[in-house]
Design a protein around this ligand. Sequence first.
Ligand code: 3PG
Length: 306
Amino acid sequence: MKVLIATEKPFAAVAVDGMRKVIEDAGAELVLLEKYTDRKELLAAVADVDALIIRSDKVDGEVLAAAPNLKVVVRAGAGYDNVDLAAATEHGVCVQNTPGQNSNAVAELVFGLAVMMCRNMYNGTSGSELKDKTLGIQAFGQVGRNVARIARGFEMNVSALDPYCPDNVMEDAGVSAVHSVEELYRNNKVVSIHIPATPETRKSIGYELITSMPKGGLLINTARKEVIDEEGLIKALDERGDIKYAADVAPDRAAEIKERFGDRVFFTPKKMGAQTSEANINAGIAAARQVISFLTTGEERFRVNK
Ligand code: 3PG
């Protein structure tokens, strides 16, 4: 059995060591393709592998067609919008993710970004605090719940919107349940986005929602750039000089937005939310275990394609 770890953005070395142990202890062979710059390298590397572990690496019909022995793809992380699920099903390939394994890392970054933006990028001017401010969490999944947990330490007033989560789950976490996206944006000075990129959520956050935020509003996006309507974001930032936007996922027009709005916006150079050794170990080893379980017993608890 051959297991390929293909990561354009590599895991921490300590995570790879742990993954290697899981894979080799099961009698399988590990093949490592890191920091590849050309998709052709990925296409060549998948040619004879049984399993593939990826991060945000794109796996589409072309990759699947180049991998005739492939049986399982595990996305070490939460979002799997980088995998063509229908094509995987067509090729008889099981796709899985590792939900929750990197969520604390992403949630901590939310607060790293929030404090930095509230302190005016540490430029020496007087900023503001998070204590007693309203925080709206858009989607109460694993990351959203970690954000709520950390927000309690900051003594923020937290509410959340999630049509898939019962109100009592939020209330038990000390979070007020909100039932419309309009209400979430209108009533919260800080809004943190944790929705997946799907056809329904694509460009769903734009001018109307952003300009409905209270004075001094801060929008934080550690989810996906695709959920933002960039035209609307630019118009909102232009009209509302008090609004700030920080994202772990640089928009397509990042350079232009940065040039126009300066320190009111911030983008990480590469998606950094899950880029900690702890998250890499958690997600990477979970992915390696899931691959081995699937190959040896057919276990598919975390399967995300039909
Ligand atoms: C996820 O969906 O798990 C995060 O966005 C992390 O993505 P990454 O593995 O590319 O850092």
